[in-house]
Ligand binder design. Sequence first.
Ligand SMILES: Cc1ncc(COP(=O)(O)O)c(C=O)c1O
Length: 490
Amino acid sequence: MVVTVAATGSDTAEPLHSTTFASRYVRDQLPRYRMPEGSIPKEAAYQIISDELMLDGNPRLNLASFVTTWMEPECGKLIMDSVNKNYVDMDEYPVTTELQNRCVNMIAHLFNAPIGEDETAIGVSTVGSSEAIMLAGLAFKRKWANKMKEQGKPCDKPNIVTGANVQVCWEKFARYFEVELKEVKLTEGYYVMDPKKAIEMVDENTICVAAILGSTLTGEYEDVKLLNDLLVEKNKKTGWNVPIHVDAASGGFIAPFLQPELEWDFRLPLVKSINVSGHKYGLVYPGVGWVIWRSKDDLPDELIFHINYLGTDQPTFTLNFSKGASQIIAQYYQLIRLGFEGYKHIMENCKLNAAVLKEGIDATGRFDVLSKADGVPLVAIRLKDSTNFSVFDISENLRRFGWIVPAYTMPADAEHVAVLRIVIREDFNRSLAQRLLADINKIVRELDAHAVHAIKLSNAAAAEGASKSTVDAVTEAFKGLAGNKKAGVC
Ligand SMILES: Cc1ncc(COP(=O)(O)O)c(C=O)c1O
């Protein structure tokens, strides 16, 4: 079964045509969905594939994603040098394993894990925050089940309390591992989890409350400190011991540098695990993530597998077995190359670029800005008036200029709010911000003109005695409303 659907527009079963360049080497067409009978020269294979890939968007203009699209060439070289190393061969590649452990410890210290002088941190590298969240969730589920069994209570209805703004990986975890997701609904004007409402939803079957440091939808940080304080009180009253996980996929590599005083991490006693995406503001190409536990007690032993057939005894706690080692090496490069100072400068610059873009967008007078200054550096906006066109129309039109900016509707209970989100990464500079602003302004003017034209046409149709339904159809057709269309965000 093919579960991915590509939007290339080439949905026919036609054979793949060889390109002008590749026709130098191949004369026959390549079948699209079957392995070709014969071989082709390496130059032809390269040319055919790289020509097809030209039709992908330009990653640097992909403002839909938090994921890193630029790294220094020196790190690129390290990545290529280690691309043939399987991370899981720890006995064969002990230095890579050591680099991973150094990263885990550096990140755990960044998150203020209570690690004694002669202790090492507890954590692992993952493919991204999604795998990290699956592992953290499994640890919570097992710990809770063990406690319930000890108390002779049923353990077949675990739940997690989150905001309805959680990223899809939480929904995946819930469905794959049979945990109910109890979502605190959003309201217009408040697009993150309300800690007070979350606490009301906590019960004896709650394996953890998940807070987000940097909501995917608006970049806003949830109030983890307030959540912790309210949960401490609730636990005291009920005798439960419900913990907190912080999904710091983006914010984990931002807040420590820009707001070191903000308490969201292991300084709060109920925070037992934290995930962060190395490939987002950790500044590494996809896919690397990290999950860190507060202490050894928070990771049940029975989830750790021990293998010895690759050499010595190796403990592993991952969903996958094999994976590439280069992203871990690249993470280590960034941590030692940039240091605290380097990350701080880059995050400050991203924040400044987001502020410049926000100012320019404010100046148009056409949008409300939903993102906050202290959060993930992004600009999330909604139209003040979407009678004549929607943010989906703006998103679609921005594609004409090469920009990839997603539009989407908010989750329950704010589904009627449609948002355009521009993510600022390290490689998005001030002149690109100015160019993007100019293009947004141009598109808004065009869409305005389009709407005026539609109104004139429908007035003319009405004057000529067309029926109301015809007039309405003309108006709608020209508005070009994108209906309920959603673009994925990550
Ligand atoms: C808050 C949050 N959690 C989890 C994820 C999933 O992260 P990854 O893509 O690293 O698996 C994302 C992705 O954007 C996110 O924004």
